[in-house]
Write a protein that binds this ligand. Structure first.
Ligand SMILES: Cc1ncc(COP(=O)(O)O)c(C=O)c1O
Length: 372
């Protein structure tokens, strides 16, 4: 029986969204929020356009890409892309966990596009990416938050593709090296890797995606909240901080502060390094034990943000581990996604400290021995 550890993680927040705040987060950091001011005032606009500019800089987006703040979190951003852009070409959806299947279902049942192929794989696997047709528009998630599987790189996407690539990158941006030149539409939300407050989505458009918006009008009606065009033309102002509806300036300030922290630690390369290092701590732990393994079938596709693990225990015992660790204030929200195979999901994104992961691992040993 392993001893009950004495040290606890400094921050037991290992949820896969909303994710851990950046380590120096303090409510005081939000004091420069322009409370009670209009988001269309000079002050409000300045905050929103700064959030856009700083995100582009830290994400190292190509200069000719646009980024806008949109309603309804990552789901809002993905749906906006699907509803505004899809229709003129067949669509391939790559679905290897819950969210990919959701996008496929919406395209099939809501947009009712008939020329749709779904390339799917079981939890833990990726479909054969060589089968994707790039004469079609391609919809995929960069990192499957619910399966702990990610695409290994963007080399499978050709430079001379005819269709658009629409990538739900919410649990990958700021932690993974995204091949932006292979992505025409990218989406994410603030509460994931940067640990911001939830509410707003981010929509990234390549020049080819902008061209599609300008040259194509969908057959279906689009509610105002989803429209990428205004008075019949592309709504360029949306990508300079003129949001469609009212954003929270408090959430915006919090996001800005998280970006400030990202800059202070050296930007994207160090954000990625921190997340990879977190996974390494778990790999060292898993390698030495035969009762725990990764859900991802191969190391190349193993996520280093949403780390999904399988245990040689029945679901009720895994639940007990999750409850025990939460009760001890060691780890909150680490059970696997409700539609995924039973197991543990430990968020290892950039805001998580590797020391906390190491300490959590020592508690996993203790909790496993206690419930098995
Ligand atoms: C890959 C992926 N897509 C979409 C979503 C939905 O994001 P949101 O709640 O920001 O709309 C999530 C949330 O976990 C996700 O992980």
């Amino acid at each position: 029986m392993s001893e009950k550890p004495t040290r606890k993680p400094k921050r037991p927040t290992f949820s896969s969204g909303p994710c851990a705040k950046y380590p120096s987060f303090d409510l005081q950091n939000l004091s420069s929020t322009p409370f009670g001011r209009s988001h269309r005032s000079e002050e409000g606009k300045k905050k929103l356009s700064l959030a856009i500019d700083k995100s582009k800089e830290i994400l190292e987006l190509p200069d000719d890409y646009l980024l806008g703040i949109v309603p309804a979190s990552d789901t809002g951003a993905v749906e906006m892309a699907l509803w505004n852009l899809l229709g003129p070409r067949p669509v391939d959806v790559i679905a290897f966990e819950s969210f990919g299947h959701t996008w496929a279902q919406d395209i099939r049942e809501e947009l009712q596009l008939e020329e749709l192929r779904v390339l799917s794989a079981e939890y833990g696997r990726l479909p054969d990416l060589s089968k994707v047709k790039f004469s079609s528009d391609v919809v995929f998630t960069w990192n499957g938050t619910t399966s702990g599987v990610c695409v290994p790189h963007g080399d499978w996407i050709p430079d001379n593709r005819e269709g658009l690539t629409i990538c739900d990158a919410t649990s990958a941006v700021f932690a993974m090296d995204i091949a932006w030149d292979k992505i025409d539409v990218g989406t994410y939300s603030w509460q994931k890797v940067m640990g911001g407050e939830a509410a707003h989505g981010m929509l990234i458009l390549s020049p080819r995606a902008v061209e599609r918006v300008k040259s194509y009008t969908p057959e279906w009606p689009l509610p105002k909240i989803f429209r990428l065009f205004k008075n019949g033309s592309f709504n360029e102002a949306l990508f300079a901080g003129s949001t469609i509806n009212t954003p929270s300036l408090l959430c915006t300030q919090d996001y800005l502060e998280s970006l400030k922290w990202a800059e202070s630690i050296g930007g994207l390369k160090n954000l990625i390094k921190r997340s990879k290092n977190n996974l390494e701590q778990i790999e060292k732990f898993v390698d030495k034990r035969d009762w725990i393994s990764f859900l991802a079938e191969k190391p190349e596709i193993r996520s280093h943000t949403s780390v999904c693990l399988q245990l040689d225990l029945k679901e009720d015992k895994i639940d007990k581990i999750v409850q025990l660790l939460a009760k001890e204030d060691v780890a909150y929200d680490i059970s696997s996604y409700r539609a995924a195979p039973p197991g543990l999901r430990i968020w290892c994104g950039s805001t998580v400290e590797s020391k906390d992961i190491t300490i959590l691992c020592s508690w996993l040993d203790w909790a496993y021995q206690k419930v098995r």
